[in-house]
Every structure is written in C-alpha cells, then in structure tokens.
Design a protein around this ligand. Structure first.
Ligand code: SF4
Length: 334
C-alpha cells in the first residue's frame, strides 16, 4: 500500500530528475532532463511550459516511469507521489497507480485509443483493471463518466468505435478513461493541441470544472501561454531540460524574471493589440547534447554576459515562491 502523504506535503514532489540517452559510438550519454525539481499540491494546477524540445513531455513521462527506450532515469532521481517514491516502486505497483490515483492524457486521441474496441469498452476496461467490478458495473460507470465529461447521448456513443467520433469527442473519451477511477492527479500533455480553437476552449473548461468538482490536482504540459493564463495556479518554465523559472501565475506574468520567459510572453498574441507584431525568440531550442556551456540559453539571449558562458546559473529567489535561473537576478547581479 502507498502511505498517504500528510496534507501539508505536496501531492507530487519531483526532485533531481535526470533522464539520459546513450550518446552513440563512444560518446558519453546525453542528458535530456537535467535535475528537474518541482511540486504539485493537492487540488493545484501547475503548468509545465516551454517550446517543443525543452524536455517537458519527457519530464511528465519520467514522472510515471514511462521513459521511451533507450532512455534511462538516472539514479538519484525522485518522484514522490502520495508519500511513495514512484521510481523506487516495482513496475507492477506503478502500473496499479497509473490510471487509478495518477492518470495521464496525451495529445493525440486517435493514437491513444484502441481502434478495434468501442469507446465504452475502453473506459470500462480501466474500471475492470483497477476495481473489482462486474462487466455490467464497469459499463455503467463508463457510460456515467462519458456523460460527465460531456459526451452527449453517452449510452449510444459508448457503443461506437473511435473512428466514428470527432477529435473533440475522442479527447473527451480519453479524459473519461483518465478520470473514471477518480485520480488525485491528472497529468495532461498538450491535451488540446490537436483540436480546433472552439473545442480547445470546451476541453479546457471541462478540465477546470472537473478539477473544481473532484479536487484533483492537474499537471498541465503546454507550449501555449494563453492556456497557462487561463488554467494555472503556478507555472514551471523549462528550457534545455532544466527548470529556468517557477512561480505563481500572476507574479510570473506580471514580472517574468528569466529572459526566456520574457521571450515566451513577448511572442504571445495579445487580445488588446491583436495586430501588434509578435517578437519571436531568435533561434531554436538546441538538441540535447548540443546545449552551450554555462547557461544553455545564452546563444539566444540578448542579455548574455561573459559569466553566462563560464558558469551555469543557479535558481535564485526573485519574489514570494518565485525563482529564476539567471545570473542577472543573482544577489549582486551578473
Ligand atoms: Fe541570459 Fe545569462 Fe541569464 Fe542565461 S544567465 S538567461 S544567458 S543573462
């Protein structure tokens, strides 16, 4: 049994998380996630933000022990959920938690669903795996959950196959699968990216409502700061496999401290000035193994100084529960 965490402890505490891939012929391993640490409190929504390739999806997978081969989670990494280190548990125990206390929704509803099973059977299967339920009970819970996530005429829809449903309905089915066991934490990786704008808004509304109704916590992985502004209590910004800034959403939007966060915000379309040109961050996220020495953002940073090449910056406190990894905000400055 997993020992329940004391209410004052975070629900999820990730610490010193490192993921590496073999470097190829005689080369050293390449680290794609490098010492990531953050927490998610009970009932809290934390958004993990950054451009593609910054390591946020891999971080989410590593939290569940699902790093794609040949990647490995390095020793010393810790992912403590409800008081137990998930990375130290046998895979069978982790599997028993996944889909039950801890659930995951991916961005591609078509590939995540089994094309040869009805959607009702797929939701019911989750119940059968995790609860001692008869087929009839599991089916009833599946239909009720589909209805709860806004699948109209759920009893009929439950008998349909994934290809018979729209992208928006398929995403609701995945959310139903993730939530049918009443998880304490839902990890959602770009859950609305593949959907059109109207459906995106509906799915985000649904997640917000379910979170309020059930008290579950949400770790939302997104590159979209518009989604962050709407959903987050706290934000964790990642760049080149590291956390570069974290803080409460209002503080981070009002006073972003890291040049990368400022660049992401400047590149965000604004409702009040929709025609204003957007300032894109120059260049792109370097692949793991090609990160520059010192601060990995320095090739793209307009504020880089000599120290940025020589020394990797530490996380510095810049406000209440607000920290940034940049020499410019170090006590005494760069
Ligand atoms: Fe830019 Fe230097 Fe700060 Fe890195 S440490 S973000 S290069 S100013």
């Amino acid at each position: 049994m997993t020992s329940p965490a004391a209410p004052t402890e975070p629900l999820l505490a990730v610490d010193a998380l490192r993921v590496a891939f073999p470097g190829g012929r005689q080369a050293p391993p390449v680290r794609a996630v490098d010492g990531v640490a953050f927490t998610v409190g009970r009932g809290e929504t934390v958004c993990l933000v950054g451009e593609s390739g910054c390591g946020k999806s891999l971080t989410a997978l590593a939290c569940l022990g699902l790093v794609p081969e040949p990647g490995v989670i390095e020793p010393g990494s810790r992912v403590v959920f409800e008081g137990a280190d998930l990375l130290a548990l046998p895979e069978a125990r982790r599997r028993a938690l996944r889909g039950n206390r801890l659930s995951l929704v991916f961005q591609e509803p078509m590939t995540a669903l089994n094309p040869v099973l009805t959607v009702g059977a797929q939701v019911a299967e989750v119940v059968r795996v995790h609860a001692r339920a008869s087929r009839r009970e599991a089916w009833a819970r599946a239909v009720a959950m589909l209805e709860r996530v806004g699948v109209g005429d759920a009893a009929t829809r439950a008998r349909q196959y994934p290809h018979e449903l729209s992208g928006g309905l398929r995403q609701r089915v995945l959310i139903a699968m993730a939530l049918v066991m009443g998880p304490a934490l839902l990890i959602a990786d770009e859950p609305t990216t593949a959907l059109d704008v109207t459906i995106q808004a509906q799915v985000l509304d649904l997640l917000r409502t379910l979170r309020q109704d059930t008290g579950m916590a949400l770790l939302l992985i997104t590159h979209d700061l518009g989604v962050v502004a709407e959903m987050a209590d706290r934000v964790v910004v990642m760049y080149a496999g590291r956390v570069v800034e974290e803080g409460p959403v209002a503080a981070l939007f009002a006073a972003p401290a890291h040049p990368y966060t400022r660049g992401l915000l400047a590149a965000m379309p604004r409702v009040d000035t929709p025609d204003a040109p957007l300032a894109a961050i120059p260049g792109s996220v370097p692949a793991p193994g090609r990160w520059p020495s010192g601060c990995p953002f320095r090739d793209r940073c307009a504020h880089a100084v000599a120290r940025c090449a020589a020394e990797a910056p530490a996380l510095h406190t810049v406000g209440a529960a607000h920290r940034a990894r940049c020499h410019l905000v170090a006590p005494g400055g760069a």
